[in-house]
Design a protein around this ligand. Sequence first.
Ligand code: LMR
Length: 391
Amino acid sequence: MLDRLDQQPPDALLALIKLYDADTRPTKIDLGVGVYRTSDGATPVFAAIKAAEQRLVSEQASKAYLGPEGDMGFVRALIPHVFGAAGDMGGRIDGMQTPGGTGGVRIAAGLARKAGVARVLMGMPSWPNHAQIFADLAMTVEGFDHQAADGSANMDALRTALQNAGKGDAVLLHGCCHNPSGIDYTPAQWDEIADLLVEREILPIIDLAYQGLGDGMEEDAYGLRKVVASVPEALIAYSCDKNFGLYRDRVGAFYALGKTADDTVRIMSNGCALARANWSMPPDHGAAAVGLILTDEALTKQWLDELTSMRARIGEVRSQLAAAGKAGSVDLTPLGEQKGMFAMLPLSKEQIGALRTDHGVYMAGSGRINVAGLTSGNIGAFVKALEAVAG
Ligand code: LMR
């Protein structure tokens, strides 16, 4: 029976990790999967995480099961950072720990499906796993162009998509640092989006995976907070994998906004049932470390300082790329205005292949680059390689 299964290709983005590792050229450049790198090209463990882990080792009394919702101390400690002064909105917001932001998206999608949503609007391109998760739940993805011709967010396309949809539909929105384009909605655009969601009665699913890597923890939460303050119901997936550097520890959360606090209790009971059926309980270690940081003033400050320097370095690389102007036919100027780790370069499959084969530059097949993979030591070589393939 199992011989009926078709061979599946490896995940194209994750496959890049192995391809890059196997390349023996010392000049190779990794712009593939979204991990932050320092100016030395390293991805160190945050000092605040190390300190929290040391405390865990000496103080954690038990590793007994916590339940499908995971560590609620962690989940609740994140709320002021994500939702701001509104807090849990009188019990209308509650959450659960998930394995990474992906676990949060999975719970959000599963709940939307269970509540009857069959169609999800999504700006394209998006993180490839979004469409994969919705497809796995037999939901239809209705794509619209995320990027306008002038390089800004395509509000016309979003407006039309929302106006052609209605009750029973959902829309997936990136809270900040759009993956893969780096093109975010402005605060004024978020205000309009929130109004449209209310008017069209469309369920927002917001994926906030890079808070703090764009303009700042508060600034990056503007859209999410605006939508949450406006709509009756929303589903939110959150990742700590990037802003706490915990990638392989898989630290994320799912939050729901219900019409009433009672509704939220019911929504979360369904979230817990989905978690139990999917992974039973999330892994504890990384979330326990984040929970410790967020409940200790000194560690919170240390973490925020580390996050600030990450953001500053990403901003510097973006400025350097923008200053390089044109690399062959590729205009790098817009990268200066974009946010977060990613940018899309208008390159053909052949050009992306030549960058890898001839120059040791690894990027996603979509043309997405992780700008954090560039350093003062390799940025010049990268621009030259671009000029050579896209001249
Ligand atoms: C990425 O987009 O590179 C990251 O979100 C890693 C992943 O899981 O795809």
